[in-house]
Design a protein around this ligand. Structure first.
Ligand code: ASP
Ligand code: MG
Length: 411
C-alpha cells in the first residue's frame, strides 16, 4: 500500500464548500487504495488576521505568545476537514503537531523541525484512518508550541512525507503548475513539467511564492517526490520536482522571479579592518536574521560601506542590532532603502555559460533599468532594481532568454 501526503493551503480551505472539495480530493486518493495523510493550513486569511490582531495589542508581540496564537488557525481547519471527511463516510482523525510528535527547536516563530515521530501516525493509518495533520506548527521537547515561519505548511507536508517514506507528496494550490515566471507578472510564462530540486529551491528563495523554500530544501535532502498541482483540476499532473541527477536535460535557464519583499540596509564608513564584517553579520545571525545579497565597497581612506538585503519583516530587528553594533565598531550611519526589488534568473545549466550573465544585464539595459547590486551563485544571478521596475525587468529577461517561445508557438 502506498503512502500519499497531500497538502492544501489556506485558499483551498477558506469556507465550508471548499473544505468539502478538499475532502473529496482526499477521499479520491484513499479510495484508490492509498494510505493518506493530509496537511492543511489555516482557513483563508486567518493567519494574517491573527497577526493583525496581535499588532493592535503590542508593538512587538512576544514570540512565544505569537506561536500560541497563530497555531490556533490550523487547529480549526483540521477539525473541520476531518468532520467533512467523516461526513462523507470515511474514517479520519485530526492531529495537532504536539499529538503527532513534530519536534522542533525552541526558536519561536521560525522553528526548524528536528524530528518526527511516526508510530502514532502509522497506527492510525494501519487502522484505515485518514490523518488530517495541522501544518505550520511544532512542539519542543519541553512541550512548548512553535511555528515554522509563514507559509510553513508546505514544510510540514514534505517533512511528514520524508518521515513516513511516502511514495508521493502532492502540494495542491490555486495555480496548476510551476511556470517559467509568475504568470500574473509575465503573461507569456510557460508551464514546466519537471524542475530539479536545486532550481526550485533557488526560485522559491528568490520570490516565486509557489513553494516554501524550506519545503524544497527538505524534499531535496530526503529525496521526497514532490508534485505541485491544482486543487481545482485533480487530473492535472502539475509539475514534478525531482532530483538534480534525474533531470534529462539542463536548460541553461529555467525561470525568472522578482522578490518585492526585500529592503537594502547600508552601514556607512565602516573601518577597513579584519573582523568587522564578522561582527556585523554574526550579530545579525545571533538574532536569527537572514541576510541576502552582500556588497562591500571602498569608500575613501580606510573606510568601507557595507550593504546587504534582508526580508522586510526582519527590518526592525536588523536596525536594532545594527544601531548597537555601529557604536561598537565605530561606523557611520545605518541607511535603509525600501524601494527595491530583487530580480533573479535561475537555471542549473548556467554553470560554464558565461553568456548568461551578460544576457541578463543586456535585457536590463534594453529596458532602461538601472542595476543597483548584483549577486551570483552557481545556478542563479540576482540584480537589485527599483521596485516599480521589477516587473518590466523580469519580462525583459524572460523575452531575452526565449522563455516566452513555447507558449507563443502553441497559440
Ligand atoms: N497558516 C500559515 C500562514 O499563513 C501557514 C501556511 O499557510 O502555510 O503562514
Ligand atoms: Mg498560508
Amino acid at each position: 500500500m502506498s503512502i500519499v501526503v497531500q497538502k492544501f493551503g489556506g485558499t483551498s480551505v477558506a469556507d465550508s464548500t471548499r473544505i468539502k472539495n478538499v475532502a473529496n480530493a482526499v477521499i479520491r486518493e484513499y479510495n484508490n487504495g492509498n494510505q493518506v495523510v493530509v496537511v492543511v493550513s489555516a482557513m483563508g486569511k486567518t493567519t494574517d488576521y491573527l497577526v493583525k490582531l496581535a499588532g493592535e495589542l503590542a508593538e512587538n508581540p512576544n514570540h512565544r505568545e505569537m506561536d500560541m496564537l497563530l497555531s490556533t488557525g490550523e487547529q480549526v481547519s483540521i477539525a473541520l476537514l476531518s468532520m467533512a471527511i467523516q461526513a462523507a463516510g470515511c474514517p479520519a482523525i485530526s492531529l495537532l503537531a504536539s499529538q503527532i510528535g513534530i519536534i522542533t527547536e525552541g526558536v519561536h516563530t521560525k522553528a526548524r523541525i528536528l524530528d518526527i515521530k511516526t508510530d502514532k501516525m502509522k497506527k492510525h493509518l494501519d487502522e484505515g484512518k485518514i490523518i488530517v495533520a495541522a501544518g505550520f506548527q511544532g512542539v519542543t521537547t519541553d512541550g512548548e508550541i512553535t511555528t515554522l515561519g509563514r507559509g510553513g505548511s508546505d514544510t510540514t507536508a514534505v517533512a511528514l512525507a520524508a518521515a513516513l517514506k511516502a511514495d508521493r507528496c502532492d502540494i495542491y494550490t490555486d495555480v496548476d503548475a510551476i511556470y517559467t515566471a509568475d504568470p500574473r507578472q509575465v503573461p507569456a510564462a510557460s508551464r514546466l513539467d519537471t524542475i530539479s530540486y536545486s532550481e526550485m529551491l533557488e526560485l522559491a528563495r528568490v520570490g516565486a511564492k509557489v513553494l516554501h523554500p524550506r519545503s524544497v530544501e527538505t524534499a531535496k535532502q530526503y529525496n521526497v517526490p514532490l508534485r505541485l498541482r491544482s486543487s481545482f483540476n485533480l487530473d492535472d499532473p502539475g509539475t514534478l520536482v525531482i532530483g538534480d541527477d534525474k533531470m534529462e536535460i539542463y536548460r541553461p535557464v529555467t525561470g525568472v522571479a522578482a522578490d518585492l519583499k526585500q529592503v537594502r540596509i547600508a552601514v556607512l564608513r565602516v573601518p577597513d579592518q579584519p573582523g568587522i564584517a564578522a561582527k556585523i553579520f554574526s550579530s545579525l545571525a545571533a538574532d536569527n536574521i537572514s541576510v541576502d545579497m552582500i556588497i562591500q565597497s571602498l569608500e575613501e581612506g580606510n573606510l568601507n560601506n557595507i550593504a546587504f538585503t534582508v526580508n522586510d519583516s526582519d527590518l526592525k530587528g536588523a536596525i536594532n542590532v545594527l544601531e548597537r553594533v555601529k557604536l561598537d565598531i565605530n561606523a557611520g550611519e545605518v541607511v535603509v532603502d525600501g524601494n527595491i526589488a530583487k530580480v533573479s534568473l535561475v537555471g542549473a545549466g548556467m554553470v560554464d555559460r558565461p553568456g548568461i550573465a551578460a544576457g541578463m544585464f543586456e535585457a536590463m539595459a534594453e529596458a532602461g533599468i538601472n542595476i543597483k547590486m548584483i549577486a551570483t551563485s552557481e545556478i542563479k544571478i540576482s540584480c537589485l532594481v527599483d521596485k516599480d521596475q521589477a516587473e518590466e525587468a523580469i519580462r525583459s529577461i524572460h523575452r531575452k532568454f526565449d522563455l516566452d517561445a513555447k507558449v507563443e508557438m502553441q497559440k
